[in-house]
Ligand binder design. Structure first.
Ligand SMILES: [Ca+2]
Length: 414
């Protein structure tokens, strides 16, 4: 330490330091290290110059020589130190160079990797660009398809709307047509409320329902009870005649001598001789006033007819009073005498003959609308050709009480 401090304080020989500086310059030192060495050398030279002046003025030669030797030794040591330092610096420089070289290699490697990565990225970019273009083309195509589909959908919707309107119009038309049909059916039902297929109220209803052949049929004049009454129907082209009384030749003639009750309900057989009954007759004529037709045949085969366009009867409380008018025919108007008369039977005298019962005393005990007493006797006794007030007669036709072979009374709605 002592010599190091002396080295720093004491002047150094000028020639050795110059060589040292030159030696240093020859080494591969950095500029900064070279500057430090040069500064240090300059300081030593300066101190040596000062020391040289001191030596010139002191005259102590021995001491000076000793000091010089010591300085030379120091210089030698310093030179060695510098060499060590140079070696160290060189070693560090080499390390630095190696490090730099390593770094350069690493940088080179990184650069190569970067270039490779850049290439990859470029390729990716290119692929992305290509994909983007492809995607754009695809999107454009999809957009076109979508637009096309939207147009088609729009057209379909318009078409559907038109169809909906057409359907609504058709539905309205159908509804109107159905309403008309229903109203017509209701009107027809009301018009022919008693012309139901299963419950015809007379032969006219049966004809309307398609039964156009003469024969026995069941009619339902009692809507309340729906009980049926068998009748004979004479079917014409447009009229269904309901026979209310039939008198004609039979192997065994039907007995017409019945009490009020039987005349009220009816008796006989529709396919031969029969009486419909006052109560069914009242029900039929109550629904519609009737046309009444009388057909007669005498024992000589002559035929005739009479029609009354307004016929109806009252109820049992009025003894089924007769209303008949507007005669036409070729056998004379016999019923004009009976118009307005009550019905009488042999057990119930409602006639205008005050001294007795027309049915019992004069006309064979059949029931009829007797006055005083009769111009016709449709319910009389079936007798062969003869003159008898007890037989079946139509007085205006024969101008006598000549019996008839056939007499039928039938009705139809006006
Ligand atoms: Ca009487």
């Amino acid at each position: 330490m002592y010599w190091l401090s002396i080295l720093l304080l004491m002047p150094r020989p000028h020639g050795n330091m110059a060589e040292l500086g030159q030696g240093i310059r020859n080494q591969d030192l950095s500029d900064h290290e070279t500057n430090i060495l040069q500064d240090t050398t300059q300081q030593v030279l300066n101190q040596m110059q000062e020391l040289k002046g001191v030596v010139l003025h002191t005259n102590k030669d021995d001491y000076i020589l000793l000091v010089i030797k010591a300085l030379q030794k120091d210089l030698t040591q310093a030179s060695e130190g510098i060499q060590v330092l140079q070696g160290s610096v060189t070693s560090q420089g080499e390390k630095m160079l190696n490090l730099i070289e390593d770094n350069q290699n690493y940088i080179q490697s990184l650069s190569e990797k970067l270039i490779a990565t850049s290439d990859i990225l470029t390729n990716y970019s290119k692929e992305l660009k290509d994909n983007s273009l492809y995607a754009n083309v695809k999107i454009e195509l999809m957009q076109q398809v979508c637009v096309s589909n939207f147009k088609r959908l729009d057209n379909k919707i318009n078409e559907l709307n038109k169809n909906m309107i057409l359907m609504q119009n058709n539905q309205e038309g159908l509804f109107k047509a159905n309403t008309k049909l229903v109203m017509k059916a209701i009107n027809d039902t009301q018009k022919h409320s008693h012309s139901h297929l299963s419950f015809p109220s007379d032969c006219q209803d049966l004809l309307v329902n398609g039964h156009n052949i003469d024969g026995v049929h069941e009619i339902y004049p009692f809507s309340e009870t729906m009980s049926s009454v068998p009748v004979w129907c004479d079917m014409a082209q447009t009229h269904g005649w309901t026979v209310l009384l039939a008198r004609k030749s039979q192997i065994v003639q039907v007995n017409f001598q019945h009490k009020w009750g039987r005349y009220k309900s009816g008796f006989g057989r529709p396919d031969s001789e029969y009486w419909l009954g006052l109560e069914p007759l009242r029900r039929i004529t109550k629904q519609h006033h009737q046309v009444l037709r009388v057909e007669v045949e005498d024992w000589d085969g002559q035929e005739g007819w009479a029609e009354y366009t307004d016929f109806w009867i009252e109820g049992e409380d009025q003894k089924y009073r007769l209303h008949v008018g507007n005669y036409t025919g070729n056998i004379g108007d016999a019923l004009k005498h009976h118009n307005g008369k009550k019905f009488s039977t042999f057990d119930q005298d409602n006639d205008d003959f005050s001294s007795g019962n027309c049915a019992t005393q004069w006309h064979g005990k059949g029931g009829f609308w007797f006055g005083v007493c009769a111009l016709t006797n449709p319910t009389g006794i079936f007798l062969e050709k003869q003159k008898s007030e007890m037989g079946i007669t139509w007085q205006p036709w024969t101008n006598s009480w000549e019996t008839l072979k056939k007499l039928v009374i039938k009705i139809r709605p006006q």
